[in-house]
Write a protein that binds this ligand. Structure first.
Ligand code: CDP
Ligand code: MG
Length: 837
């Protein structure tokens, strides 16, 4: 009841705040005119220059004069020494040869699709061609080109490149805008932004007033945002007949897009790359003194390819790493060297064969190969950071006088980002560890060697079991070819695929589009916030529509968590969630944390759920690592353990001892730093919603208590809930877990709750369930009945009935009808309390 009172008090504050911002939720709330709205959105950066005079004739004169100025500036630059050099470089790019054809096609058609090999100049040149031709036609001051990129890092790096090619500073005629960051001035005519930013602009301005050209880049990646944007743009085109849409793709499946846009014309830019020598695993092993020979064996099912492993005399003295790889190979049963065997062998963690192979090859290249940068593709940020840690302790690879070891991934800060493009000092070899971001969207010029692990982290989603997973999975053949192509840009290159040829042969041709393999909750919220028609109807018009069941699951989930009401309209909570570009469950936690003035720990929990698990468990020190984790886990909660670990790290950082602290406690310093910067980012996002004061640096009015955080976690993770069933057998205490949908479930062994013999709470809320052979729960927090009652589902009025039904269902399912009844009456009382307030 103490908790109830506090919730009550703060909910009052929330509701009054809400009524202050109520206007901003009225029908035309997202229109530009609502300037007194307390909801701050990103649109400011898109605003058109203020008209300087109301008289149109004068206005036109001013614009005309500006266009002439732009024209003169460009000419002067192109005639300067530096400008001439850059122009020559630009003219050498394959895209330049197609300049006239492209500009004519744009003039004659509303939609154009351009494909061309990575590095041929699509992203940097085509937007410039348009800008230049507009300037030439003295329309330069009125044109407004938006070019979307799937990732923030490419929007930033490309805009900088284009500005420098034009001899300007960023923010003059070329700018960029990504979430929470941007550089754009009044004179900006070409804006690179993430797809998400353009979608948010559509939220406030459905007709994209003033925009003359939209370029959607990297459409071959088939990201969910891009597919969504294409549906919206397809609807927009008839309403804005003068708007031009240009789609750009690195691969040749452009026909699909052409037929989607009613047979829009295609232009292909023929490219040129140097030959790249390919090494598969069998060739790499041969380098190390092994021979892996394929032989065919006929079995009952037809022909199957098997592998035989034999030892050759080692060519030279084996390094330590070579023998580590050898041990790992010997441990595997090579009689059946199929894709599956490799799957189980090549788990990408520091102790495993994958990392050892990378280390071996890198040191081999550094010692024996000609100069040239090395690009190493691994699966994600987690792998990049642990691989970097591992390589840094290597005598050659960790020596900054010989090797410049860099990373390239989505979270990269702009200062770090520049280093990837810079030439290293003489005698120093550049090695860049990257995710698939460098596959097509980023071009590093001097790469000669590529190492490809064959995997990328991608979400997959099983609509039937309604269970999402984010796991490294095999890439497609097209991706493997793209990765390979990165080695042949400046001279003939070498590509080491760290898997056997048979695995490559089993790759799918193209990757499944994201819209078909991810849960659609965030997408459905976005559709609703654009006030579009019914969700399933809208999605049926996608390039490839997702399964109906997946759509239904998403809508159902959004109703349960209170983001949509029964008739699929956005609730107040839902509107706030659309302003937070993250999973709805994380957004919910932030919102309630802000309302209840208990934000600090919640920011940590949410940031922690967005990065790699900071608790490390090295295989050979598992016990020590588990004991280290135990000191943080007093509360039957993985989330609270993380909060404690982070706070300890933050204290240690004050004395510059953060690294030691992580080392002692088996924590990943990289993850801690990532959490630290995400916390700042999330705080600014929350400020953007108007839920907290724009000047606030912290939002804790009382020193938080763990019960309140538990409540907030429950609010976010519901309906991810399972019941704890205690057992006593031969005086031994234990417990089992079950969920309503799956029956018995298990905890991941690294959960703090997995080590308890008893959990003194009736419920666990969990972040994620993953199906392996049984269903496993990752990251759980124990909660009490009352917390579940008050915070499971949504506090927003509209959903109370549905929520009670659901909760009653849970309680009855778990055979506690009497408690169910008591709770329902309590909940009603609580609700009346809020109502009267
Ligand atoms: O978009 P696409 O892959 O077709 O190529 P791009 O990104 O427009 O790059 C064209 C060329 O510009 C690349 O081949 C690089 O040589 C160069 N470039 C660069 O040097 N630095 C950058 N930050 C971006 C591109
Ligand atoms: Mg590009």
């Amino acid at each position: 009841f103490g908790l109830l009172k506090r919730v009550d008090a703060h909910l009052g504050e929330y509701l009054s705040k809400k009524s202050r911002t109520k206007e901003s939720f009225s029908d035309n709330c997202f229109s530009k005119s609502s300037s007194n709205s307390s909801i701050v959105t990103d649109e400011g950066l898109f605003e058109q220059p203020e008209p300087m005079a109301s008289n149109t004739a004068i206005m036109e004169k001013i614009l005309w004069r500006r266009s002439l100025q732009l024209h003169a500036q460009q000419q002067a630059w192109q005639e300067s020494l530096e400008g001439r050099g850059i122009l020559e470089f630009r003219q050498s790019l394959p895209a330049y040869k197609e300049k006239d054809a492209i500009l004519t096609a744009i003039l004659q058609n509303q939609v154009l699709i351009i494909s061309g090999e990575t590095g041929c100049g699509k992203t940097t040149q085509i937007p410039q061609f348009i800008l230049e031709s507009e300037i030439d036609f003295v329309r330069g001051a009125v044109c407004n080109i938006i070019c979307t990129q799937p990732r923030r890092i490419s929007a930033m790096s490309v805009s900088e490149r284009v500005a420098s090619e034009r001899g300007e500073k960023l923010g003059e005629s070329v700018g960029y805008k990504v979430r929470l960051e941007g550089m754009r001035g009044k004179e900006t005519r070409l804006l690179f932004c993430t797809t998400g930013i353009l979608l948010r602009r559509l939220l406030i301005d459905r007709n994209l007033k003033g925009v003359t050209h939209i370029i959607v880049d990297e459409i071959h990646e088939r990201g969910i945002n891009e597919d969504f944007l294409l549906i919206v743009l397809k609807d927009l085109l008839p309403r804005r007949p003068e708007l031009k849409l240009i789609l750009m793709s690195a691969s040749l499946d452009a026909e699909l897009f052409s037929s989607y846009f009613g047979g829009a014309p295609l232009i292909h830019i023929p490219g040129f790359t140097h030959p790249v020598r390919i090494h598969f695993l069998e060739n790499i092993l041969e380098m190390m003194g092994y021979r892996l020979t394929p032989y065919n064996q006929i079995d009952d099912y037809g022909q199957e390819r098997m592998w035989k492993m034999s030892k050759q005399a080692p060519r030279k003295r084996k390094s330590q790493i070579a023998s580590a790889v050898e041990d790992a190979l010997r441990a595997a049963d090579f009689k059946d060297f199929s894709p599956q065997t490799w799957e189980s062998l090549s788990c990408w963690n520091p102790d495993c064969i994958g990392f050892n192979l990378i280390e071996y090859l890198l040191s081999y290249i550094c010692e024996n190969e000609r100069p040239g940068a090395v690009l190493v593709f691994v699966t994600g940020w987690d792998d990049i950071s642990s691989l970097k840690d591992k390589l840094q302790s290597h005598p050659i690879l960790g020596d900054p006088n010989r090797v410049s070891l860099l990373t390239c991934h989505g979270f990269l800060a702009s200062s770090e980002q520049k280093l990837i493009f810079e030439e290293p000092k003489d005698g120093v070899r550049k090695i860049v560890l990257t995710t698939n971001i460098a596959e097509t969207s980023i071009t590093i010029n001097d790469v000669v060697f590529v190492l490809d692990c064959g995997k990328a982290k991608e979400t997959s989603y099983d609509a039937l079991n309604n269970t999402p997973c984010l796991l490294p999975s095999w890439i497609s053949k097209v991706s493997a070819q793209q990765r390979r192509g990165r080695a042949g840009r400046v001279e003939p290159g070498e590509c080491y695929h760290l898997y056997p040829r048979c695995v490559y042969d089993a790759f799918a041709e193209y990757q499944l589009p994201e819209i078909l393999r991810t849960p659609l909750q965030s997408l459905c919220l976005q559709i609703k916030s654009l006030k579009l028609e019914s969700i399933s109807e809208f999605l049926s018009r996608a390039l490839q529509s997702p399964e109906l069941l997946a759509v239904q699951n998403a809508v159902e989930y959004l109703k349960i968590i209170g983001a949509l009401d029964e008739s699929e309209n956005l609730t107040i909570l839902g509107r706030y969630l659309t302003m937070l570009p993250m999973e709805p469950k994380l957004g919910k936690m932030l919102i309630l944390g802000a309302i209840l003035n208990c934000l600090d720990p919640v920011l940590t929990v949410v940031a922690g759920l967005s990065v790699r698990d900071p608790f490390l468990t090295p295989l050979d020190k598992k016990d020590l690592a588990e004991t280290a984790k135990l000191q943080f886990s007093r509360d039957y909660s993985d989330h609270l353990a993380l909060v404690r670990a982070y706070e300890g790290w933050k204290e240690a950082e004050k004395d510059l001892a953060g690294y030691d602290y992580c080392w002692k406690n088996f924590l990943s310093a990289q993850s801690m730093k990532a959490i630290d910067s995400l916390r700042v980012e999330f705080l600014s996002l929350l400020k953007g919603t108007g839920l907290i004061d724009g000047n606030a640096t912290s939002c804790n009015t009382w020193s938080y208590d763990q019960h309140l955080i538990r409540a907030i976690i429950c609010y976010g993770l519901y309906p991810g809930i399972c019941s704890v069933v205690p057992h006593v057998q031969h005086n031994e205490k234990s417990f089992s877990l079950k969920t309503m949908e799956d029956g018995p479930v298990l905890l991941y062994s690294n959960s703090v709750n997995a080590r308890e013999s008893r959990i003194p709470y009736p419920w666990l809320v969990f972040n994620e369930k993953i199906k392996v052979n049984s269903i496993f729960l990752r990251d759980s927090t124990a909660v009490s009945d009352s917390v579940l009652l008050l915070f499971g589902g949504s506090i927003s009025r509209g959903n109370v009935d549905g929520h009670l039904k659901m909760l009653g269902g849970y309680l009855e399912f778990f055979m506690q009808p009497a408690i169910a009844e008591k709770f329902q009456s309590l909940r009603r009382e609580f609700d009346e309390l809020i109502q009267n307030k």
